[in-house]
Design a protein around this ligand. Structure first.
Ligand SMILES: [Zn+2]
Length: 267
């Protein structure tokens, strides 16, 4: 599943690829996009920049139009230099300038908004962990302000509490914060809540610096073997890297997303 660091990496890469140049070709081969007439509406427009808000992608054009994309579980964006072949399998949308093409695959959410039209889901988003104004203490306070009986491991995935935390970072953040994902939010101290915000932001920042690959664990002496990328995520039954106890896992929340944790290190 794409997490926040993917959106932010995309913001850098896609903006660099096509911003400032008029679109010379727009294709929307996915039939579900047909009614929006995106190629006609965006023809000749110029991207000012692409902005990531949590997992939302907002392409802001000079006309004032905004293209909203959300990747959900399987969508991706790719950038190709001029002249490179752009794969057509799974292609939903391609925006080309004379210098490059950016292409969206497998949708599933793409909406082109006219100038001034509201962005319905995005405006309800909580503070973005990677935004320039991300304040761990404020994120912690927001976590403490929600329904106190919700489990911590479910609440940190709520994009209204904080944007950007997906399933991998959920487990990794709570391990590093030493917080049991099954605790009720109402039992968190302000320090614990702020730690969760701070660690989540740090991990997402590392993900952006690391070309969107998720690597939260760096072994001592740099002796990483392939696959040694996390503290607990994906390591069910294997020894905790801190204490040696077997890592546990179980589905959590309405969506039953798997949570990994160490029962000894997390309280
Ligand atoms: Zn442990």
């Amino acid at each position: 599943m794409p997490e926040g660091q993917v959106s932010h990496r995309n913001a850098l890469v896609l903006t660099r690829a096509i911003a400032g140049q008029p679109l010379v070709r727009v294709e929307a081969p996915e039939p579900r996009l047909g009614p929006q007439r995106i190629p006609e509406r965006l023809a000749g427009d110029v991207l000012d920049h692409m902005e990531a808000r949590g997992k939302h992608h907002l392409f802001r054009f000079r006309s004032g139009r905004v293209l909203h994309s959300h990747l959900r579980m399987g969508g991706t964006w790719r950038a190709y230099p001029a002249g490179a072949e752009v794969p057509t399998r799974g292609l939903w949308l391609a925006l080309a300038t004379d210098g490059a093409t950016v292409a969206q695959y497998r949708g599933p959410v793409i909406t082109l908004l006219e100038p001034g039209q509201p962005l319905p889901q995005v405006d309800a988003l909580g503070p973005d962990l990677l935004g320039s104004h991300a304040d761990p203490a404020a994120i912690g306070a927001r976590l403490l302000a929600i329904e106190p009986t919700r489990q911590v491991g479910e609440a940190v995935m709520d994009q209204r509490v904080m944007s950007g935390i997906g399933n991998v970072y959920k487990s990794e953040t709570l391990f590093l914060a030493g917080v049991d994902p099954w605790r009720a939010v109402g039992t968190l101290t302000p320090d614990e809540a702020a730690d969760i915000g701070r660690i989540g932001a740090e991990l997402l920042g590392m993900g952006v610096a690391d070309r969107s690959r998720i690597r939260t664990y760096r072994p001592p002496l740099g002796t990483a073997r392939p696959g040694e990328r996390t503290w607990v995520y994906g390591r069910r039954g294997r020894p905790c890297r801190r204490c040696g106890a077997p890592v546990r896992s179980r589905g959590q929340g309405d969506a039953n997303r798997t949570t990994y944790w160490c029962p000894t290190c997390q309280h």
